[in-house]
Design a binder for this molecule. Structure first.
Ligand SMILES: [Zn+2]
Ligand SMILES: [Zn+2]
Length: 305
């Protein structure tokens, strides 16, 4: 709150460290051991094996090497999939209506789960039907990046290449006032889909509870390889520090309601900020590194009083 009458909701915890991890992974092709070891070798600090409609209890055997968070993917085939983190209580019925999706979300959230609507543009533009999205509420977020569909061109004969970038849908949902966090997941089924997009969480302590709690608050960024030093709010300035050589140029974007570009900067600086004027509704920052990597912050919601 400040003298201008603005409240800026900062989703990032103040004091903490950044931890890399992935929430949506399958061991259909490789064993759990190969999947988890590959992720640990690639620097993942926390991992969920979210198998379709089953719990992979053996992943907990690796809990001494990384934070293993229970989870699963609800639904297989045509019905929209939901990735559930921090719970192993599955729904045995097939979810097909708005009502049973909402009941499922409510139940999972009440039990402490993180609930992510998976790959929103998979196979078709409205994989998650609009009439569902308008009404569903209370879930944690959506996958703004799902690498299995971005990168597995051969698997789908090119037809769905690049279809599952859902940043457009994210802005649409945020513009209706919904608090929806953006997630980046590999949906790891094979090595082509590995370590392409991930989440970097700022948590006060390196425990499962702190990671889960930070994700629920929106204290994380989505990355395709770029690394973050910090995301800050100082007065009305929403800022990001990136980990990058000063040799590398970065294109920074501040993005507001309906995906509007509020500010752009092309610079070698590792810091960028946007100064809120109160008209934005929400502001999120996006960084595109000259070498091709990207980072997405979560939205800061702006309110007037
Ligand atoms: Zn799926
Ligand atoms: Zn999946």
């Amino acid at each position: 709150m400040d003298a201008m009458g603005l409240i800026i909701d900062n989703p990032y915890v103040k004091n903490g460290k950044w931890y890399k991890g992935a929430f949506h992974n399958h061991s259909e092709v490789f064993s759990v051991e190969v999947c988890i070891n590959s992720m640990i070798d690639a620097g993942h600090d926390f991992i969920t094996m979210s198998e379709h409609d089953k719990n992979k209890a053996e992943c907990m055997d690796f809990a001494d090497r990384a934070i293993i968070i229970p989870g699963f993917e609800q639904g297989k085939g045509e019905n929209p999939h939901v990735v559930v983190i921090n719970n192993w209580h599955r729904e045995s019925r097939c979810l097909v209506t708005k009502t049973n999706f909402q009941d499922f979300i409510n139940e999972q959230v009440n039990e402490g789960a993180i609930v992510i609507l998976a790959h929103p543009h998979w196979q078709r533009e409205n994989y998650w039907p609009n009439e569902y999205l308008e009404e569903l509420h209370g879930y944690t977020g959506i996958e703004i990046l799902n690498s299995s569909i971005i990168f597995s061109k051969a698997r789908y004969d090119g037809e769905y290449d690049y279809m599952d970038i859902a940043v457009d849908l994210w802005d649409r949902l945020l513009s209706t006032g919904k608090i929806v966090w953006g997630f980046g997941n590999d949906d790891f089924h094979n090595m082509k889909e590995f370590n392409k997009s991930f989440n970097i969480v700022k948590a006060e302590k390196f425990t499962r509870e702190h990671i889960v709690d930070a994700v629920k608050k929106g204290s994380f960024v989505v990355s395709t390889g770029g690394y973050v030093e910090d995301v800050t709010l100082e007065g009305n300035k929403i800022g990001i520090w990136v980990a990058s050589s000063e040799r590398e140029k970065k294109i920074y974007h501040a993005i507001g309601k309906k995906g509007k570009l509020l500010k752009e900067s092309f610079t070698r600086d590792n810091y960028f900020y946007y100064e809120v004027d109160g008209t934005e509704s929400y502001v999120r920052l996006h960084v595109l590194f000259e070498s091709g990597k990207a980072l997405f912050t979560q939205p800061f919601f702006i309110r007037k009083y």
